[in-house]
Design a protein around this ligand. Structure first.
Ligand code: ARG
Length: 458
C-alpha cells in the first residue's frame, strides 16, 4: 500500500477499505496526462518563483524518465499505489529524491484529477472525431457510386416511394456530420484549465493560472475553484453525444440486418465481416451490426449512470466522482470500436442493385406519381388518389406491378390516361423528377454530394 497521506493516522488502512478506495486499476490509463499536467505545473511554479529553475528542471527530467519507462514497459504501474497521482509522485521521489517532494506544492489531487480527465477527454474527442470522419468517407463513396441505384424508401416499414441508395445513405451522412458538430462544441466548451483550483478554494501561493492553462493548450483558467474540482458537465455532454452516435450506428445496423436477411437480400456482407453458425452450415450472420446495436445500451447506461452519479453531489469534490472514470472509458472504447468496425463492414459490403430496384417496383412506390400524372391531366388530387388506389388494388389481385398494366386496363379506370403513362410512372422518372434540394433526384443529389465532398475536404 503506497498512499500520499497518513500523517494524521495512527492505524494502517484496512486492506478491503484500501482496495475499495483505490482507483489505480483504471486511472492508470491517465499516466500521460498526469505527467503532462505535472510538468506544466512545475514550469509555472518556477516562473512564479515558488520553485527554482533547477528544481523544476530536475522534476521535469524525472517525469520524462517515468513516462519513457512506462511507455517502454520497464516501469509497470501496479496496484501497489492508490492512484495514478501517487504512482507518479512516489516514482519521482524514488528517482530524484527530496526535490520530488516539491511537485505537489500548490496543488491537490482534486484539481489534478479534474485536469487529467479533461486532457484525456480532449484527446479522445479528436480520436472519436477521426473515426466518425472515416465512416463519413465510406458513406460518401457509397453515395457517389449509387446516384442511380433505385430502391424503395420506407415509412412504417412499408414501401412508400422510390429513392436511391445515395439518398438513403445521405440521411446517415447528415446524422454523423451532426455528431461531429456536437463533439466539436463539447471540445470548445470544456477547454478551460482547472489546475490551480487546488482542493476547492484555490491557494495562497501566487500561482500563474494563465501560464499553466496556456502551456496545456487551454483557452484560459476556469473561473470558480469549487466548480472546477467538481464539474463533470463535459463528461455528461460527451456521453450524451456518444449515445447519439450509438443511436445512429444502431439505426444503420438495423438497416443492414434487415437488408442482409433472406427476404431482402439488398446487401451482401463480406465474409471477413460476417460470422457463421456452429450448427447451421448455411448461415452467414451479421454479427457486427447486431453487436453494434447491442452495445448501444452500454453507452446509454454510462450516460444515465453519470447523470445519476452527479445529481446528489454537494459542492465541491466528493469521492463519488471517482466513479466517473470507468464508465467514461468504457463508453469511449466502445464507440471507437463500433465506429471502426462498422465502417469496415460497410466499406466491404456489396449492394444488390437489381434486387433493390425490383423491390421498389413491386411495392407500388410509383402510386403517388400515378396520382400526380392524373392531376396533370386535370383530375382533382383527391379523385386521382382514389383512381390510383383502385389501380393498386387491381394489380394486387392480378399479382403484377402498375408498370405491367396495358393501356386498355389503365383506361378502364380513367379515360384521361394515355400512352405517356408508362414514362410518367417509370422508376427513372419517379426519382429524376424529384429535384428539389434534399430529394433523391440525381441533379440535386450531385449538388449535395459535391457539398459533402467539400465538407470532407477530399
Ligand atoms: N482517484 C480520485 C478520483 O478519481 C482522485 C482524487 C482524489 N481526491 C481525494 N481527495 N481523495 O476522483
Amino acid at each position: 500500500m503506497a498512499q500520499l497521506w497518513g500523517g494524521r493516522f495512527t492505524k494502517e488502512t484496512d486492506k478491503q477499505v484500501y482496495d475499495f478506495n483505490a482507483s489505480i486499476s483504471f486511472d492508470k490509463r491517465l499516466y500521460r496526462q498526469d505527467i503532462a499536467g505535472s510538468k506544466a505545473h512545475v514550469t509555472m511554479l518556477a516562473a512564479a518563483g515558488i520553485l527554482t529553475e533547477e528544481e523544476a528542471e530536475k522534476i521535469r527530467t524525472g517525469l520524462d524518465g517515468i513516462l519513457k519507462d512506462v511507455e517502454n514497459g520497464s516501469l509497470v504501474i501496479t496496484d501497489k499505489y492508490e492512484d495514478i497521482h501517487s504512482f507518479v509522485e512516489a516514482n519521482l521521489i524514488d528517482r530524484i529524491g527530496d526535490t520530488g517532494k516539491k511537485l505537489h506544492t500548490g496543488r491537490s489531487r482534486n484539481d489534478q484529477v479534474a485536469l487529467d480527465m479533461k486532457l484525456y477527454v480532449r484527446d479522445e474527442i479528436e480520436q472519436i472525431d477521426e473515426c466518425v470522419y472515416e465512416l463519413l468517407r465510406v458513406i460518401h463513396h457509397i453515395m457517389e457510386d449509387n446516384i442511380h441505384t433505385y430502391m424503395p424508401g420506407f415509412t412504417h416499414m412499408q414501401k412508400a416511394q422510390p429513392v436511391t441508395l445515395a439518398h438513403h445513405m445521405g440521411a446517415y451522412f447528415e446524422m454523423f456530420r451532426r455528431d461531429r458538430g456536437r463533439l466539436a462544441d463539447i471540445k470548445a466548451r470544456m477547454n478551460t484549465c482547472p489546475l490551480g483550483s487546488c482542493a476547492l478554494a484555490g491557494t495562497t501561493y501566487p500561482l500563474d493560472r494563465n501560464l499553466t492553462a496556456s502551456l496545456l493548450g487551454f483557452d484560459g483558467p476556469t473561473f470558480n475553484s469549487m466548480d472546477s474540482v467538481s464539474d463533470r458537465d463535459y463528461l455528461i455532454e460527451l456521453l450524451s453525444a456518444l449515445s447519439t452516435v450509438m443511436m445512429h450506428l444502431s439505426r444503420i445496423s438495423e438497416e443492414v440486418i434487415i437488408w442482409n436477411s433472406d427476404e431482402y437480400r439488398f446487401i451482401e456482407l463480406d465474409d471477413a465481416y460476417s460470422t457463421g453458425s456452429s450448427i447451421m452450415p448455411q448461415k452467414k450472420n451479421p454479427d457486427i451490426a447486431e453487436l453494434v446495436r447491442g452495445k448501444t445500451g452500454r453507452v446509454y447506461g454510462a450516460l444515465i449512470s453519470m447523470l445519476t452519479l452527479m445529481k446528489g453531489i454537494p459542492l465541491a469534490y466528493n469521492k463519488d466522482m471517482q466513479e466517473d472514470k470507468e464508465m467514461t472509458f468504457d463508453a469511449i472504447d466502445t464507440v471507437k470500436n463500433c465506429l471502426t468496425l462498422f465502417a469496415g463492414m460497410l466499406a466491404t459490403a456489396k449492394f444488390n442493385d437489381k434486387k433493390m430496384e425490383q423491390s421498389a417496383k413491386n411495392g407500388f412506390t410509383n402510386a403517388t406519381d400515378l396520382a400526380d400524372y392524373l392531376v396533370a391531366k386535370g383530375v382533382p388530387f383527391r379523385d386521382a388518389h382514389g383512381i390510383s388506389g383502385r389501380l393498386v388494388l387491381y394489380c394486387i389481385d392480378k399479382g403484377c406491378a402498375l408498370d405491367d398494366l396495358s393501356i386498355e386496363e389503365f383506361k378502364k379506370f380513367s379515360d384521361v390516361i394515355e400512352d405517356d403513362i408508362f414514362e410518367a410512372i417509370a422508376m427513372t422518372t419517379c426519382v429524376e423528377k424529384r429535384n428539389t434540394i434534399g430529394a433523391p433526384g440525381p441533379d440535386v443529389m450531385k449538388q449535395v454530394i459535391k457539398a459533402n465532398k467539400d465538407y470532407l475536404e477530399i
